[in-house]
Design a protein around this ligand. Structure first.
Ligand SMILES: Cc1cc2nc3c(=O)[nH]c(=O)nc-3n(C[C@H](O)[C@H](O)[C@H](O)COP(=O)(O)OP(=O)(O)OC[C@H]3O[C@@H](n4cnc5c(N)ncnc54)[C@H](O)[C@@H]3O)c2cc1C
Length: 262
């Protein structure tokens, strides 16, 4: 869950996650993660344009000029809900909050980011019927994986027709050996106590910037308004999770809507 194995994450954050798991039920949207932004966008009155890269923001007079897809838009308020690296390059000089690259909690730098390597296997038989995320927390771990789940037990629509979909995750990043597909298969089989030799690899995703580091102390979300009219939000400004991203987005929305705004 934390995408680290060195204990560098805030204990308070780990406890917050445990509390959330204990009180809630982890789940997957039936139609994929895209269902979450679609649902948020559905209630908006204004049109939403996707697949458009924002190229730059600059101030002119009392407003901002945003360049995207070769065109310029003038805006009095801009909410920049990107990853921290893009936020830093689009809005240099603004306090982007979050822990610094060396893991220190003081704001200022782009927070260090942690990576994950995910393999997806199609299996004729599921190695378990349980709806559980299996975590290899043995010390030492017996292979590269930190967790695995039969994703199609929770969301059958994710699997190729008539088959089952197994996900495995390993830590990924500089200085870490990249495990081969067979090594991953072997470790997953050992975790489930089943034979994985017939599993077909259907996808392999390397995500180097999956989560920002979350070192102690666990702080309140950073103020959203980085400079007049420019609001920043994302998991790196609250807590490293979808929950943190939503929380930070909510803060940004409240700051934009505050009654005394300009
Ligand atoms: C494999 C994987 C599994 C995960 N599982 C979980 C989980 O089970 N539970 C959980 O809580 N968290 C999970 N996370 C973490 C979670 O995905 C992140 O915490 C969350 O997505 C952060 O949301 P965000 O809105 O801050 O940033 P992002 O989701 O990174 O969104 C930022 C968006 O900005 C866009 N963008 C960047 N630059 C530009 C630009 N110039 N112009 C236009 N758009 C731009 C990007 O394309 C991206 O869509 C997982 C992450 C990964 C990689």
């Amino acid at each position: 869950m934390l995408l680290e194995d060195d204990g560098s994450t805030s204990n308070d954050f780990a406890r917050l996650l445990l509390r959330t798991f204990a009180l809630g039920v982890p789940g997957l949207p039936r139609l994929g993660m895209q269902a979450l932004p679609r649902q948020l966008a559905a209630s908006l009155a204004a049109p939403v344009r996707t697949r458009t890269t924002m190229e730059s923001i600059r101030r002119e007079g009392g407003s901002m000029l945003v360049r995207a897809a070769g065109a310029e838009l003038r805006a009095e308020q801009v909410v920049l809900a990107t990853d921290p690296v893009s936020a830093r390059s689009l809005a240099p000089g603004n306090d982007d909050g979050g822990p610094a690259a060396d893991g220190s909690p003081a704001g200022g730098g782009v927070p260090a980011l942690k990576g994950v390597l995910t393999h997806w296997f199609a299996a004729d038989e599921p190695p378990t019927r349980l709806n559980l995320l299996c975590v290899d927390a043995r010390d030492p771990r017996r292979g590269p994986l930190v967790n695995t789940a039969v994703v199609s037990n929770a969301a059958p629509g994710y699997a190729p027709a008539g088959r089952h979909l197994v996900q495995t995750s390993a830590l990924f990043g500089p200085g870490r050996p990249v495990p081969g597909d067979d090594e991953v298969r072997r470790h997953a089989a050992e975790i489930y106590g089943s034979d994985a030799s017939g599993w077909e690899l259907v996808a392999r995703h390397e995500v180097p910037h999956a989560l920002p580091v979350q070192p102690p102390p666990l702080a309140s979300p950073r103020p959203a308004e980085a400079s007049p009219g420019l609001f920043l939000c994302g998991d790196y400004r609250a807590t490293a999770s979808i929950q943190g991203a939503l929380d930070s987005g909510h803060h940004a929305a409240q700051a934009v809507l505050r009654p005394d705004f300009g």
